[in-house]
Design a protein around this ligand. Structure first.
Ligand SMILES: C[S@@+](CC[C@H](N)C(=O)[O-])C[C@H]1O[C@@H](n2cnc3c(N)ncnc32)[C@H](O)[C@@H]1O
Length: 278
């Protein structure tokens, strides 16, 4: 009884029960005995409810926040899923239509093939965001060969996948992330979510999240030991803009420092621009 969550309610119910028990023992009437049984049921219900609530409270205090690194190009993924599903539905209706079928079979088959390709592309993009990117991140961070005391910049950090990967390798160093928080490039892209991810991964004290454009970095020359950037630079639409971003990465890294870049497009040019600037 003492372990219940609602001591007052339970105590009240228990007192009523005790009173009824006494009267029932005195043989007042049969109806009273039935009421006594109802009281007992009520007590049991209260007991179960309070136990359940206590378990919920205990569970919620144990809940550990997990970092979420988002989905790249969420609008593109959504559009592929929506159009793919609509085409798949159209193709199914076309193929299932009773004869004589006004829709040519070749149209329905064509729609089914395009639908399959759209949905496959969406699945590949989702897998890349949720699985493959983490492996790439691990390789990229390893390439920086961090010893623990470095100051590292993640250019276009988004929700902190590479930023936090670097921070985990640091002891006295600092990982600085900078981003413009473009919603079209990454789902739920915002600095608070990135800080929450750093806290969830236990590296909040080694992470600094800032807002800024990587084509105009707000840092002095040679202020970082290493720079990392993942799937960012191709999002800058013009070649001049991408070149400018690369020159900025080279400018802020110390002589002898490392730059690790992973990107989806234009990568053959990146090395040349970086070498020319260095
Ligand atoms: C596909 S997301 C990748 C985010 C993160 N690097 C990752 O791998 O999860 C691209 C990121 O680049 C950022 N970005 C694009 N252009 C930028 C710019 N000129 N300056 C700063 N960030 C930029 C976007 O806001 C977005 O967060």
């Amino acid at each position: 009884m003492q372990s219940l969550e609602f001591p007052q309610i339970v105590t009240h119910a228990a007192t009523a029960t005790e009173r009824n028990q006494r009267r029932a023992r005195a043989g007042i009437d049969k109806a009273l005995r039935q009421r006594l049984e109802r009281d007992a049921d009520r007590l049991e219900l209260l007991g179960s409810r309070s136990m359940f609530q206590r378990e919920q409270v205990e569970a919620s205090s144990d809940v550990k926040q997990h970092a979420r690194y988002g989905i790249d190009a969420p609008g593109v993924v959504r559009a592929h899923i929506v159009f793919g599903s609509l085409l798949a539905l159209t193709a199914s209706i076309g193929l299932a239509w009773p004869r004589p079928n006004p829709i040519p079979a070749s149209w329905s088959i064509g729609a089914a093939v395009v639908a399959a390709l759209l949905l496959l592309y969406a699945a590949v993009m989702l897998r890349s965001s949720l699985v493959s990117k983490k492996r790439v991140r691990d390789r990229l961070v390893a390439a920086l060969a961090l010893s623990g005391n470095e100051r590292v910049l993640d250019a276009g950090c988004g929700l902190g996948l590479a930023l936090i990967g670097c921070a985990k390798k640091l002891t006295t160093g600092k990982a600085v992330g900078i981003d413009l928080w473009a919603a079209k490039d990454l789902s739920n892209n915002n600095p608070e979510a990135t800080r929450a991810n750093a806290a969830a991964e236990g590296v909040a004290d080694r992470v600094d999240v800032q807002t800024g454009d990587i084509t105009r970095l707000p840092f002095p020359d040679a202020s970082f030991d290493a720079v990392i950037s993942m799937t960012v630079i191709h999002n800058i639409p013009s070649r001049d803009g991408r070149d400018q971003a690369l020159r900025e990465l080279v400018r802020v890294v110390k002589p002898g420092g490392r730059i690790a870049i992973f990107d989806l497009l234009h990568t053959s040019r990146y090395k040349d621009v970086c070498k020319a600037q260095a």
